[in-house]
Structure formats: structure tokens, C-alpha cells
Design a protein. Sequence first.
Length: 154
Amino acid sequence: MKNINHHGFTLLETLIVTALSSIIVLIGALVMSSSVNRNDLVNVSTDVVDTLRRAEWHTMNGRQNDVWGVHFTANDFTLYRGTTYIPGAPDNVTTTLPNSTTLSQITIQGGGADVLFNNSHGNTSTPATITVELNETAEKKTILVNPAGAITRN
């Protein structure tokens, strides 16, 4: 009887390795996607807080001898100068949200969509609650602006 040495891999071995590799890649892609989306949530909530603080700071320091505010929609927010938001004004700085997030709740005292800081102490007559939500998981970050102008995020 001849002893036959086979070199190489059988078709079944190749299919098993390919299937296992595909599963590992899929799991890695899902974990990476989830991580990127969570980063979007943190980054957007940080950007909202930073923009609110910039408006407050500009108002307190009398930048361009005017008051500053932030205008909110579900998909973006805009830093603006003056008592009224004017779309397309040259001083506007708009931040568009990534597709993975939305501003799901914008509750501003007195209605409207603007938080306006109105004096050298950084007070606002438009305290607000703004909720940034991750679209796929409904994970949320809530930003609060109180009448004294304090801005907090949970």
C-alpha cells in the first residue's frame, strides 16, 4: 500500500476558514460602526454646549457691541449675532449634524427655536432643554440652559 501525502487544502477547509473570517469581519464592522455613532453623539452634544457658551461669551464681552444667540433645527444649529436669527447673515456660523444624530427635542421657554443671551452677565430670557439623540439606538444627551445662563450636559 502506498502512503500518499496530500499537499494543500480541501475545498471544505477553505470554505470553513472563509466563513469564519467573514463572521469575524462582520462583528468588527458592527462594533466599529456603533463606536463611531457614539462618538458622533458625544461630539455633537459637545459642539452644542461649546456654541452656546460662545454665544454667551460674545454677549458678555460685548463682541461687535451686540447680543448673540443660537438657533436650533432638528438637523443643525447656528451661532448668530443680533436679537433675531436671520438665515444667511454673514456672521452666522452653522453646524450641520451628522446623519447618525438629530436634535430630537428643542424646548425653549416662550417657544421659538433660539437661545439668546442678553446682557453682560450672560443671562437668558429663553432657558432651554435640547436633546441630542443617536438615531439608531435612541441613546440621548440632554443639554440644559437655565435663566442665569448656566449650561449643563448629562
